[in-house]
Design a protein around this ligand. Sequence first.
Ligand SMILES: *Cc1c(COP(=O)(O)O)cnc(C)c1O
Length: 402
Amino acid sequence: MENKTLVSLIHKYGSPLYVYDAEKIISQYNRITNAFSTVKNLKLNYAVKANSNINILKLFKKLKSGIDTVSIQEVQLGIKAGFSPENIIFTPNGVSLEEIEEVSKLGVQINIDNISILEQFGNKHPNIPVCVRINPHIMAGGNHKISVGHIDSKFGISVHQVPLIMRVVKNTGMHINGLHMHTGSDILDIDVFIAATEILFNTATEFKNLDFIDFGSGFKVPYKEGDISTNIEELGEKLSKRFNLFCKEYGKKLTLMFEPGKFLVSESGVFLANVNVVKQTTSNVFASVDSGFNHLIRPMMYDSYHHIHNISNPKGRERYYSVVGYICETDTFGSNRRISEIKEGDILCFNNAGAYCFSMASNYNSRYKPAEVLLYNGKDYLIRKQETFDDLLKNQVIINLN
Ligand SMILES: *Cc1c(COP(=O)(O)O)cnc(C)c1O
């Protein structure tokens, strides 16, 4: 996306603003399908929580993707976007039996991640096939908040408890049609990923009626120059071969599934914000923008790095700035960043804003959530309006305190 285009979009739609480029989403999607082209039955389920704008979902529908959901509301959004229930998988963590049953009634594939619910569901609905989420206990790096594979993680059923799963299956007469793992949101090393898949293949031999194996996600994208990212082509080459071989041993052409979020949408998005104040203190130069962690929480929540550049003055002399938000507590987007000279009124652009940015936005400090724009086939489309004062009050019940 060119600076000139982005500046014109912020003039057209206002600041701050999220902008997504459909072309980048499509090319990332195609990268995975091409990398696994030798697997006959490949199914990608986009992880809705990364970016749940209904138009983004519709784009994935157009690409013939399925979706991975973690709440009944995400399932409903998916159905609203046109997905048929067979193309939706429900992979929640710690939700109630009632919610799981409600989603199951819609015809959606259920993925269960604890023995207690597995047993209760199996007792009541022995005829509905379910997938189980296995925790292979492979650590896949990243921030401790998003690493989900360790031994004391709340996610999945430990691979050491497969005998217990078997006992539940036998006692209830239920049918396990899929195995799943999701090792956390930062696969740095393909060999680590492959090691985890070996554990899943090994487990799969114990289940005789599988239709699919879902290897989750955790694919990493670059956030700055020199960053390591998942080499999806290399992973495709290695895992496709192994998967096809496994299917031969298993005696059935299983479906290979993935459920990437970040990989598909992170780089497609930018976040644009206007610089309100440039403030020099005794030791620092702050650039304060008309936004904060209410709109983009990843730097404060995960210490994540979002590259920041000044699209109003891209060729200016580079200086060092701390870019901060307007929230009334520590609210830092980036410390000591080298950015071309910033004046008040300039537009800063934050990269990698397509995943876990708008979807984690809030109204903290009673600010409106920003608008979202999608660039598609050379045109810009407003896909969400900025909120208004009415939105802030919408569900508040004003009582009489006399
Ligand atoms: C969040 C999540 C994903 C997507 O993870 P990314 O790192 O964004 O690719 C996939 N599967 C499950 C079960 C998830 O909870």
